[in-house]
Design a protein around this ligand. Structure first.
Ligand code: GLN
Length: 490
């Protein structure tokens, strides 16, 4: 097997046995990037030299018996995260020439664990989107089907892992941006509990919803990556001082004693039959592995999309006020006054979807409308959270689909923002409630054309219950027999 398609666990074993060096592994990923990325557009910037020098360091550390848990593992990073000395565009022209002056906490932690940073990967502009097509530097493509979206906003992350360019990736998830691309590209992704992972050095979209997490080739790798990035950080005031369990130790066989909840609202209108069938097959597999299955209800579900698109855009309008043409990135040249600098820099620097959301969020927060929109949305958000609390009295893990459909052709939904927003219906409530949620490969499409598109299964658990989430994912992976397989890149 070429080393660029190994899992983290396989590569680590090979390196520990001295059958593979980190420098060779990194080179094989860089070669793969050179071969396929002209077509896939997963990367915005590649740091080949930096990666190889980190790899040589990892080899030296291993030779001295000081290899960290991710020593020599080549990883791609969503361009929303700051890596010192590398560009951080957040997929936007407004940050085109911005170079991060410091490492995000998650990057510090990956580096301390010995990981190798290959470069920065494509995303929807400011993480606003579900296809990665709003990226200002070219849209990545689904490696399972040419001309199809990989999902978003962490599309470059999912593509790089699925296509053999990186062994794992870090993404961010505000309303599904890790889980949805993981599902559409046939890999595993987790959005941790809000507060589990530091947001310091993550370029903000909607601060009360954003969370960093890994996209990986299997569940065991996901546990390893999560382990490396978790933990309290004083530089993020919403980071929680919670003990970090041993996630790998949680991956035990058998589901006895675990209650699986089937939320009926997640199997409603608009869901494609075969997507529902994949989730139901997963539920059955977990039952056979010993889980108890109960029906649950989340009655506020119909309000989730409206609440999310008010809260997220309101926070975005405030977070994105800092891009004023003065502090960071792009500044229009031909300006007569300060107001002119703001107006021209922002009009030319931001793309259409970002502008739409800034306008929507500013409207929702404005005097006279605040009570009707932002305040009301915040109140309903509490009701949504209460629904989950009630559901988790009856069960430990909710099992459902991730997205209503498998991947779709590039450009086919881009002129219908509302259709795209509605497609987020199954993932956004986890962010509104702050609970951890995962996507695990569940099957492949068999109807329609093309066939063979990956379909994921979503697992959600209560706050800080990542262990039962990972255990369930592990059992699902085993029972369904859909382990890691590289995308065919047909
Ligand atoms: N698709 C959702 C949005 O456009 C979620 C994006 C995300 O999680 N960053 O807001």
């Amino acid at each position: 097997m070429p080393s660029n398609t190994m899992t983290i666990a396989e590569a680590t074993r090979a390196m520990a046995a001295r059958q593979l060096s980190a420098a060779e592994l990194t080179q094989s990923c860089l070669d793969r990037i050179k071969d396929v990325d002209g077509r896939l557009h997963a990367f915005i910037s590649v740091d080949g030299e930096g990666a190889l020098s980190q790899a040589r360091q990892a080899d030296a550390d291993r030779a001295r018996g000081q290899a960290g848990p991710l020593a020599g593992i080549p990883i791609s990073i969503k361009d929303a995260l700051c890596v010192k000395g590398l560009p951080a565009t957040c997929g936007s022209k407004i940050l085109e020439h911005f170079v991060a002056p410091y490492d995000a906490t998650v990057i510090e932690r990956l580096k301390a664990a010995g990981a190798v940073i290959l470069g920065k990967v494509a995303m929807d502009e400011f993480a606003m989107g579900s296809t990665s097509e709003t990226c200002a530097f070219g849209a990545p493509e689904n490696p399972w089907q040419p001309g199809y979206v990989p999902g978003g906003s962490s599309g470059g992350s999912a593509v790089s892992v699925a296509a053999g360019e990186a062994l794992a990736s870090l993404g961010s998830d505000t309303g599904g941006s890790i889980r949805q691309p993981a599902s559409l590209c046939g890999i595993t992704g987790i959005k941790p509990t809000y507060g589990r992972v530091s947001r310091y050095g993550l370029i903000a979209y909607a601060s009360s919803l954003d969370q960093v997490g890994p996209l990986c080739r299997d569940v065991a790798d996901t546990a390893l990556m999560l382990q490396a990035i978790c933990g309290h950080d004083r530089r993020d005031s919403t980071s929680m001082a919670m003990p970090v369990p041993d996630f790998t130790a949680a991956l035990t066989d058998g589901m006895k004693g675990v209650r699986i909840g089937v939320p009926k609202e997640y199997f409603g209108e608009g869901l494609e039959d075969e997507v529902a069938a994949v989730a139901r097959q997963g539920i059955e597999a977990l039952r056979q592995a010993g889980a108890e299955v109960v029906d649950v209800s989340l009655p506020q579900m119909p309000y989730c999309v409206a609440v999310y698109y008010l809260v997220a855009t309101a926070e975005a309008s405030s977070n994105l006020a800092r891009y004023d043409g003065v502090h960071y990135g792009f500044r229009a040249e031909d300006c007569q006054s300060l107001l002119d600098v703001y107006e021209k820099s922002r009009s030319r620097g931001f793309g259409a979807e970002v502008k739409r959301r800034i306008l929507l969020g500013t409207y929702a927060l404005s005097a006279g409308y605040y009570d009707a929109y932002y305040k009301k949305a915040s109140q309903v958000r509490t009701l949504i959270k209460n629904d989950f609390t009630a559901a988790f009295d009856q069960c430990d893990v909710l099992v459902s689909p991730v997205t209503p459909t498998p991947a779709w052709p590039l450009a086919s939904r881009q002129d219908d923002p509302l259709a795209l927003y509605l497609g987020d219906i199954l993932t956004i409530s986890a962010n509104l409630a702050g609970i951890p949620a995962m996507s695990v490969p569940g099957g492949f499409s068999v109807k329609g054309t093309p066939k063979g598109l990956p379909i994921g299964i979503q697992l959600q658990a209560g706050h800080f219950q990542e262990e039962v989430l990972l255990k369930t994912a592990h059992n699902l992976e085993k029972a369904l027999g859909i382990g890691w397989r590289p995308a065919p890149l047909v």
